[in-house]
Design a protein around this ligand. Structure first.
Ligand code: ATP
Ligand code: LTN
Length: 330
């Protein structure tokens, strides 16, 4: 069976952009692939985190994976720092990655521009840890949103370089970026992606927002000039709202346009709030449905299953590089 691997960071609040761009596809693909879904807490600490909040968010994210339809009987759900092979392989891959490759990453450039001198080394080397995550599991396919495309390309380059220099070791993964939903934009600024790290909380509908909050955020959502409700690249705000509607209501674009023909923006926003609330209600109930003991059991079993595979890959990597221990007969 082919494999998929993906992950999200336990920072901020997971939003419908993360769901529509990534989690939703994880749940859909899990039956066709052997699946690994990781809570990437080592990525989260590339920027300072409050330890208690990070610990709480890590478990909350595990609940949201489950609530989004990831079945722990089918897929492996685990916490990145529970499998130390991720950090170990990341170090090794750091040594075959060029600094210039990392400095070219647009996400790094954005963060470096904002933080200047204080930008941490982890922000620079973060794509190497991501490559390690993926390559440890001999992954075939990586379902992510559009913003991760460049990191995936780097992962492929690193895998190919290692295979060329040390012999065939890693499977070279393909990205899986959905045609619709890979780039959900902020409700407050349709030129920016919906983001967990946005200071403006009105830009994103989070998976744990209550009914009133959902209605309020959609009501305040920015719209374009004009009145027509149709998909149109030159009108990014309405197109973004229609995309969210299309995916949550499970309709074709033509059906959506026909449905809103002759209606105004207020109707679009109110119906969008309705479908979102209907989608979130059962999801939130499922998230609450897992008690701590059950969550521990799921994460523990995930760690064990993931680590067995990660360990085998790392052993092969170390042998190929001549990294032998006292027990190995060189
Ligand atoms: P954020 O900017 O919201 O913090 P992130 O990409 O840093 O997002 P993750 O939690 O690691 O946060 O992302 C999980 C997944 O969600 C990734 O596959 C990412 O590509 C996807 N994703 C993030 N934002 C969006 C968006 N606005 N639209 C579609 N997919 C998204
Ligand atoms: N970098 C990603 C999260 C991430 C990831 C991964 C995604 C870390 N490791 C491996 C897919 C595969 C992000 O910030 N969204």
């Amino acid at each position: 069976m082919k494999r998929i691997f993906s992950g999200a960071q336990p920072t901020g609040n997971i939003h419908i952009g993360n769901y529509l761009g990534a989690l939703r596809n994880w749940a859909a693909l899990q039956h066709e692939y052997e699946s690994f879904f990781c809570i990437v807490n080592l990525h989260a600490i590339t920027i300072p985190q409050d330890p208690q909040v990070l610990a709480r968010k890590t478990r909350e994210l595990a609940r949201l994976y489950l609530a989004s339809g990831i079945d722990p009987q089918v897929s492996i759900i685990f916490i990145q720092s529970d499998v130390p092979e991720h950090a170990e392989l990341a170090w090794i891959l750091n040594c075959i990655t060029r600094k210039s490759e990392l400095e070219r990453m647009t996400q790094f450039k954005d963060k470096a521009a904002k933080q200047r001198e204080s930008v941490g080394t982890g922000v620079l080397t973060y794509p190497v840890l991501m490559a390690a995550d993926i390559l440890l599991y001999q992954t075939d396919l990586v379902p992510v949103g559009h913003d991760q495309k460049q990191h995936l390309e780097l992962t492929r380059d690193i895998a190919e370089r290692f295979n060329r220099d040390y012999g065939q070791t890693f499977r070279v993964p393909d990205p899986y970026i959905p045609k619709v939903g890979a780039r959900i934009q902020s409700l407050s600024d349709p030129a920016k992606k919906m983001s967990k790290s946005d200071e403006d909380a009105n830009g994103a509908i989070t998976l744990l927002d209550d009914t009133d909050t959902v209605r309020r955020k959609f009501k305040r959502a920015v719209t374009d000039s004009g009145t027509e409700i149709r998909f149109d690249e030159t009108r990014p705000a309405i197109t973004n709202l229609l995309t969210i509607y299309q995916l949550l209501a499970d309709k074709q674009p033509a059906e959506v346009e026909a449905h809103f023909a002759g209606k105004g923006y207020a109707a679009l926003k109110s119906e969008l709030a309705d479908v979102t609330i209907e989608f979130l209600r059962p999801l939130q109930a499922r998230a609450r449905g897992y008690d701590d003991a059950e969550l521990d059991r799921i994460l523990d079993s995930g760690r064990e299953r993931a680590q067995a595979i990660a360990r085998a890959t790392l052993e092969e990597v170390k042998a190929r590089m001549g990294l032998v221990g006292v027990q190995a007969k060189a």
